[in-house]
Design a protein around this ligand. Structure first.
Ligand SMILES: CC(=O)N[C@H]1[C@@H](OP(=O)(O)OP(=O)(O)OC[C@H]2O[C@@H](n3ccc(=O)[nH]c3=O)[C@H](O)[C@@H]2O)O[C@H](CO)[C@@H](O)[C@@H]1O[C@H](C)C(=O)N[C@@H](C)C(=O)N[C@H](CCC(=O)O)C(=O)O
Ligand SMILES: Nc1ncnc2c1ncn2[C@@H]1O[C@H](COP(=O)(O)OP(=O)(O)OP(=O)(O)O)[C@@H](O)[C@H]1O
Length: 470
């Protein structure tokens, strides 16, 4: 229904007699067209006010928090934007089942598992996350794990237009902190874990943890939180919110995991009377699957079909991905936090009959405190650790490796060039060994200085060995 400017502005406490029919609403000047409303927001690196002239030249109408000629003024532009979006676009969150997945590790895996499960149950769905936006077989790259509000809005509207009702989205702490969630309201919010990461941004773990907890404020009225009962750091949520929480875990939980068996070729476990078999590896993935099963149960789907559906779930690329070649077993995993790396290597030690050879780097211009921890973990839990580059950005990779090496054993080799490091790992490994290539997962690039050089660990290995996976 056509909406006049004066009707919309009345909703945010501005009275005017402008009867222009508004054609769209945005906080991004690049989207503005004739007769669009532009709400100017202050960001981390840009100020929306810097684009006022551009917006006005395109025929847009500006709302800002500072006095500006020919602009409307509000005290809280972010709140105003949410009100306007919900009115103009008819509360898009209400027309969708939106599942947020947050935590330090496991977001991409859980979203991928849920998406595969919904698809098996015949429900088309959208995934928004680190691997981009996946919608009806198309994948659109995004800059962020949790994109800005306008990108999410356009995705939601497109999903509604196509008759898709389910959205899974990864929720980063940055997005919560910067108010990027805006108008989004979740039906379910899954917390996988909170461990050290992003201290470059949050400075303290407590700030990081409580920022993650703030996502609860974006739940719909009857929304539910699902959390891993075995993670102590998540238990404080039980004090912040007392209703609508569903727990899963080995400890007494609403969705109780038991009889877990972890093998190098897959895992099995029980939940209640149901027995699950999966080709996915490690306890992490048992927890991730339990989160998905808890979610389906919370939506009223309890059936035995869940067992069959779970048995067909595949690992997303680069997340505990097993690459079996004639003479080598390689695990490619996105572990890039101390917790994820420790769990990965402990599991490898549990199931490997040979030696563990680990190739690892740490990202530049990101949480520096992770480096010595990850270096020590890799050295302690591997037969040989090979330290190498990983998205060094503006930093010197040799300096990053030096920081990784402060407390390591004498089983560490350094080969800055990632391809040489992987080639070395292959050259020293035997059939019974597991080579673990950690940190980059399925990334398709290596960031050196400002440049994104096309590169992928798996593609490089297949090219080097001239083999097809078995
Ligand atoms: C420091 C930081 O987090 N920055 C993010 C933030 O940028 P910002 O606040 O500076 O916003 P901005 O894009 O500069 O613009 C401010 C305002 O001006 C408007 N604008 C901007 C440009 C323009 O031409 N016209 C215009 O109107 C914008 O629409 C906005 O309303 O909001 C933008 C989207 O809304 C993000 O793309 C951007 O992410 C940058 C690129 C980034 O690297 N962020 C990282 C730290 C991040 O967010 N990472 C997490 C995941 C981390 C993980 O789990 O590994 C993520 O969710 O990706
Ligand atoms: N439930 C879990 N608990 C702890 N570690 C996990 C869990 N699930 C996955 N991991 C580890 O974390 C790594 C990253 O997994 P995934 O990409 O699913 O997480 P993410 O939260 O999406 O990370 P990012 O936001 O950085 O992309 C995996 O490769 C694995 O090593």
């Amino acid at each position: 229904m056509a909406k006049e400017c004066r009707q919309l502005l009345a909703l945010i406490g501005i009275s005017c007699d402008d009867s222009t029919i508004i054609q769209g609403i945005t906080c991004d000047s690049r989207e503005v067209k004739q007769d669009w409303l532009f709400v100017s927001l202050q960001g981390m690196s840009h100020n929306g006010d810097d684009f006022i002239d551009e917006v006005r030249e395109k025929g847009g109408i500006v709302i800002t928090s500072h006095p500006h000629p020919d602009c409307y003024e509000v005290s809280d532009p972010q709140a105003a934007l949410v009100t306007l979006i919900n009115d103009y676009y008819d509360s898009p969150s209400d027309k969708l089942t939106i599942i947020g997945v947050t935590g330090t590790n496991g977001k991409t895996s859980v979203c991928s598992f849920l998406s595969q499960m919904f698809t098996e149950f015949g429900q088309r769905n959208v995934v928004i996350g680190t691997n981009g936006i996946q919608l009806d077989g198309y994948c659109y790259a995004t800059q962020n794990t949790t994109p800005g509000m306008m990108v999410c809005l356009r995705v939601f509207l497109e999903a509604i237009r196509r008759g898709i009702h389910t959205v899974m989205m990864e929720v980063s702490s940055h997005a919560i902190d910067e108010g990027r969630l805006g108008f989004i309201r979740f039906d379910r919010l899954i917390y996988t874990n909170i461990t050290q990461d992003h201290l470059d941004y949050h400075l303290t773990f407590t700030h990081y943890q409580y920022t993650k907890f703030k996502a609860r404020l974006y739940l719909k009225e009857n929304g539910r939180i699902l959390l891993n009962q075995d993670r102590d750091e998540l238990m404080e949520m039980l004090h912040l919110r007392t209703k609508g929480i569903i727990t899963y875990g080995l400890k007494p939980s609403h969705v109780q995991i038991s009889n877990v068996e972890l093998r190098s070729s897959g895992s099995s476990f029980d939940i209640g009377q149901l027995h699950f078999e999966t080709c996915l590896l490690s306890m992490n993935n048992v927890y991730n699957l339990a989160a998905c099963i808890a979610l389906f149960k919370s939506l009223g789907i309890h059936s035995h079909e869940l067992c069959e559906v779970v048995s067909r779930i595949e690992a997303p690329a680069g997340r505990m991905e097993v690459l079996k070649l004639k003479n080598h077993t390689i695990w490619i995993d996105y572990a890039h936090t101390p917790d994820a790396l420790r769990r990965l290597l402990e599991f490898a030690n549990q199931v490997c009959i040979g030696r563990i050879i680990t190739v690892l780097g740490c990202g530049g211009e990101r949480d520096q405190d992770k480096r010595h921890q990850m270096g020590t973990i890799a050295s302690t839990l591997s037969y040989r650790a090979i330290f190498t580059e990983d998205n060094s950005r503006g930093e010197d990779p040799a300096e990053i490796i030096k920081q990784m090496s402060v407390n390591v054993l004498d089983n560490v080799s350094v080969l800055i060039d990632r391809q040489k490091a992987i080639a070395f790992a292959l050259s020293i490994s035997m059939k019974s060994d597991i080579i673990i290539i950690a940190g980059k997962g399925n990334e398709q690039f290596l960031i050196v200085k400002e440049v994104k050089i096309p590169y992928n660990d798996k593609a490089f290995i297949l090219k080097l060995t001239e083999e097809e996976p078995l």
